[in-house]
Design a binder for this molecule. Sequence first.
Ligand SMILES: Nc1ncnc2c1ncn2[C@@H]1O[C@H](COP(=O)(O)OP(=O)(O)OP(=O)(O)O)[C@@H](O)[C@H]1O
Length: 237
Amino acid sequence: MEHIHLTDVQYSWQPGQLTIDIPELVIERHSRVFIKGPSGCGKTTLLGLLGGIMLPNQGSINLLGTDVAKLSSIQRDHFRSEHIGFIFQMFNLLPYLSVVDNIILPCRFSKQRKQKALAEYASLPKAAMSLLAQLGLNQTDLHQRKVTELSIGQQQRVAAARALIGHPELIIADEPTSALDTDAREGFLKLLFDVCEKAGATLLFVSHDGTLEHLFSNTLDMRLINKASQVTTSEVA
Ligand SMILES: Nc1ncnc2c1ncn2[C@@H]1O[C@H](COP(=O)(O)OP(=O)(O)OP(=O)(O)O)[C@@H](O)[C@H]1O
């Protein structure tokens, strides 16, 4: 089933210079998509458009049947917190909150995600701890610690659990494994896939690490879909 449909989407950071020029892009529900392309080809910009963080100059960005490009800024914030979980390269965890409080944060902004988490678990902390265990972090003594006291690999699992709590339909991950060594990357990805599959989420994953590509069901090469990167990227023949 179709999950994401972009039509004639253009975006420029600077007037007269297109960063994104995508005539059409369709992503099916439940797919695990590896987004690749050379530095500067617009991967992060595309994720920002999909997440409703920026608005395109033109075109429609249909997510789950809603054109996010037509929503007001407040409506986009609401749509994002209800339907999208983000995992960033630097994790963006809140340093003054505990592990568990970081994970349940999206449920403070999204009624739907809170309800979904509570339909499955007796409390939000229980939902958070179960997700952490599924992602391979079983040390219960860590749960009330501040995230700054965790290793990078542990912080990454906290960031993934925060993105996944309350089953958002779309998980957007921008270089979330770049701080890990190769073995840890694959191990983490397999756990992430398992949780996404159980939750029925679609995963969009940006990485420079081509060794991970074979683990995904689909590859999206920006040089093939983004006319702007075909013009500006020197690596294109
Ligand atoms: N906040 C911004 N303001 C102005 N220009 C920007 C901004 N963010 C990105 N750009 C420009 O948009 C283009 C695409 O950047 P983007 O970060 O989307 O590429 P990318 O493919 O994710 O690169 P990388 O792989 O290096 O992270 C680049 O030319 C970049 O300079």
